[in-house]
Design a protein around this ligand. Sequence first.
Ligand SMILES: Cc1ncc(C[n+]2csc(CCOP(=O)(O)OP(=O)(O)O)c2C)c(N)n1
Ligand SMILES: [Mg+2]
Length: 301
Amino acid sequence: MKDSKNSDNINEYRSNIKPTWCNGCFNYILLNCLTNIFLTMKMKKNEINIISGIGCSSRLPLFLNTFGMHGVHGRAIPIAIGSRLTNPNITTIVTAGDGDLFSIGIGHFVHAARKNFNITVICIDNKIYAMTKNQASPTSDVGYKGSLTPYGKIGSQLNVLEFALACNAGFVAQVSPLHFENMKEIIMEAINYHGFSFINVLSPCILHDQNQWRKENFVDINLGKNHDPDQFMSAMEHASKSLDYVKNKTNKIPIGIYYKNRFSKVSFEKGVKELKTNFSSQNVSIDEILSDFRCLGKKEA
Ligand SMILES: Cc1ncc(C[n+]2csc(CCOP(=O)(O)OP(=O)(O)O)c2C)c(N)n1
Ligand SMILES: [Mg+2]
């Protein structure tokens, strides 16, 4: 792999590793959508970096012929941040499960969003830990009967859209693989967004999910005049209702862009670059400053 020319053949973005997912898994649709996006956006394979954690969904980078890493459970975001800081010219996308991002890895999410790293985080939300055989996750419905909660999940369900907004994510959306074109458009918009973007992909596990969603079960919140993604309070209001379908099955499942902060704050990477430029204009090099810090550390030790 790793050549620098644009690909004109979608299959060139795929590695020769055969996916290990169950037949009919929604993850295939997301994989197909990503290669479609790379082709449409004329992205070079060596300018794409896909980082994951551990889980069925986290195997996704293995099936792509781009840079990437199948990382450590809950640590996809720190790996992505490290690679972004090392090479800010590479498009960095995290693809990880709901367990990975919102159970063990939730602390990393908070700070990556708040500090505004220019990465796209895609949660492949099947509402369970699938790989370890069906345990309830933070996004499982209350009462969900998993292998460790045979009498039903106790506690509450994490509303990831509300959470991402509260963490100050500049771009927040939810999509369904059953609405392929909508999902593709929104992921492309997230990739183009200069700052932290989050997309929740509703991807029910075909082995364990009892809901059997269909295309017509979804509603696009961006159709009509009810919601303006520029408006944070409107985004919060819509996000707070985004799980209403769980309690009342007659409610539709909302998809679309909840929030897009068009006046995005300076991304962390840009901030670092500006800092370096400011120091160099004052004739002080970053290395000099760091060596002072190192001396201090030694004196204190
Ligand atoms: C540090 C650590 N803790 C726990 C595990 C066990 N483990 C592997 S995958 C997983 C959960 C996966 O769930 P999710 O991230 O939602 O991915 P899915 O399999 O549902 O796609 C767990 C708990 C692990 N591999 N490493
Ligand atoms: Mg999961």
